[in-house]
Design a protein around this ligand. Sequence first.
Ligand code: PBG
Length: 325
Amino acid sequence: MQFPALRPRRLRENETIRRMVRETRLSVDDLIYPMFVIYGEGVRNPVPSMPGVFQLSVDQVVLEAEEVVKLGIPAVILFGIPEKKDEIGSGAYDDNGEVQQAIKALKDRFPELVVITDVCLCEYTSHGHCGLVDKGRILNDPTLELLARMAVSHARAGADMVAPSDMMDGRVAAIREKLDALGFKHVPIMAYSAKYASAFYGPFRDAAHSTPQFGDRRSYQMDPANSNEAIREVKLDIAEGADIVMVKPALSYLDIIRRVKEETGYPVAAYNVSGEYAMVKAAAAQGWIDEKKVVLELLTSMKRAGADMILTYHAKDVAKWLVEG
Ligand code: PBG
């Protein structure tokens, strides 16, 4: 009988040893909590496909953020749900819009909380697409001007960072140029660089009322089959001035997170999207999986792949669990 000469199990003997050799550690510092800001007052609408997530009016956003800050979560990202939508997404760059109001209220109450804003037209357009539309075609260049206006409007309200998620070509440069010209040189851009045309966004579109009214987003978001293209997209965004690059979704794209980290060395954000959240919540509600263990394993795998930060609807729970140990 030949006994093994090398025994990796020695370093798994007990929790103290495991703790010493652990390579990846999830921390509250990694978390970014997404919030949906809806028009109105005193509104707290549950999103059915995302248990625990709500559409919140500005006053409720502030209450929610109080909890976020207490838990030590460093940042939130805001999405808007306007009362009225139109062909050109006017609500997006309205200085009095719900997101702009939420930014002001949050920065007023919690100056240390990093407020990031999603920059995209789809929640504001009547057709639900991320850009202007002409005869069924999503127009690239005319959309850039509107995205830049939206980013400036957020910066003017006090946003700490803007995050374009539209996937138009050249948006990072357009936004950077406009921010710089109007006195917001200090505002970083977190670019949704490798954003895939994913079926995992379904629950988000319920939450944000942003389902496209015709067609789909495959003429601007990336084909899930592509990896080299993700690297080209990321490098383009970096060349245009992105400070942080994002891979979205996270779970089915851990290989992309790894490549982006290795090939750029840039700060990488991973978006643990709504469909990923909904799957976990649904299975946990049935008692089929252990929610806490599954979520911690998922988020740890995103970090292990190379993510420096994770946008996740689980953020508040994770922050609590990390304290519990
Ligand atoms: C806006 C946007 C979307 C998400 C983030 N920003 C929806 C989409 O592209 O259709 C999805 C986030 C999630 O699913 O949690 N373009």
